[in-house]
Design a protein. Structure first.
Length: 94
């Protein structure tokens, strides 16, 4: 399990959950990862070694039930956020 350096109550950067927060790398370690972000266990494990854009492509087009559910949560959470990730989410919907 990854070490938890995030304080209690920290929200997942991707979906807003506050349960089982871990450290995620915005750019995966296999690509000389950088940019540590808080992520819930489910988002972090679903993302694997993908960049956020690759991950969004994969889950937005997936037929797996848990991926479709995760995509709905991410869209809802990022609907009004003004950041690079929210922009990626909304580009996938067009």
């Amino acid at each position: 399990m990854k070490s938890n350096k995030w304080p209690s109550g920290t929200q997942c950067f991707y979906c807003g959950s506050t349960i089982e927060i871990q450290t995620d790398h915005r750019v995966p370690r296999i690509y000389n990862g950088y940019g540590e972000l808080p992520a819930c266990r489910r988002c972090n494990q679903s993302k694997h070694a993908s960049t956020p854009a690759e991950w969004l492509d994969r889950i937005s087009q997936s037929s797996r039930r848990q991926d479709r559910y995760r995509w709905r949560i991410i869209r809802k959470w990022n609907y009004r956020r003004r950041n690079w990730f929210a922009q990626l989410v909304h580009k996938r919907e067009v």
